[in-house]
Design a protein. Structure first.
Length: 200
């Protein structure tokens, strides 16, 4: 993903979050998104990350981050203990995405999920014409080194939310440094969703 696309992604997420909200970022990496949200929205930030190197970078930046594997659950957090829980570029990398998302929906009043769209048009062309697993800005890895364990499209995620009775409150899409408004399953590199749990 290019830096410009990342900035669009951050702007979409920031637009959904209320000023001063409590935010838990699952798989926060080096804390770039949390740092952005602190600066833009004055959030109360906490992160969870598995990589020790990434945690050291977060702590050096003054962020509160704990080491944990989110595939094991979020048992130390009570129901609705955060205004927002974020799974950005993490959802497709966890071993048990359904479990991780259900835990996020339990802990957060809202959950923001972002992931690369594996049905992006240039990726489709690479598979069709080259007969190989695509490599692109949003999927920059060779098949043997990718951290992605699950390969889903924007359409797949909408179907998943419908099947699980999850409410999609907001959705945003980006590709090639701009927001995508038309046919996102074909033309968006990344999909972003703000979710809440149905009361039914």
């Amino acid at each position: 993903m290019t830096q410009k696309t990342r900035r669009i992604e951050q702007a979409i997420i920031s637009g959904w979050i209320d000023s001063g909200a409590s935010v838990l970022d699952l798989g926060c990496g080096d804390g770039e998104l949390l740092t952005h949200l602190i600066g833009q929205k004055g959030i109360r930030a906490q992160g969870i990350e598995l990589s020790e190197q990434a945690i050291h970078r977060c702590v050096s930046a003054g962020l509160s981050v704990f080491q944990q594997d989110i595939d094991t659950g979020l048992t130390e957090y009570g129901d609705k203990s955060f205004d927002y829980v974020i799974l950005n570029q993490t959802f497709q990398q966890v071993k048990k995405p359904d479990f991780a998302l259900q835990e996020a929906l339990r802990v957060g009043k809202h959950v923001i999920v972002g992931f690369p769209n594996f049905c992006y048009i240039t990726d489709r062309f690479q598979i069709f014409f080259r007969g190989k697993v695509p490599i692109s800005a949003s999927l920059p890895y060779q098949w043997y080194e990718t951290p992605n364990l699950h390969f889903l499209s924007i359409a797949d995620f909408f179907d998943y939310c419908k099947d699980r009775n999850i409410i999609v409150k907001e959705a945003g899409f980006a590709a090639k440094n701009k927001k995508i408004e038309w046919l996102p399953n074909l033309f968006a590199e990344v999909g972003l969703f703000m979710l809440s749990k149905s009361t039914q």
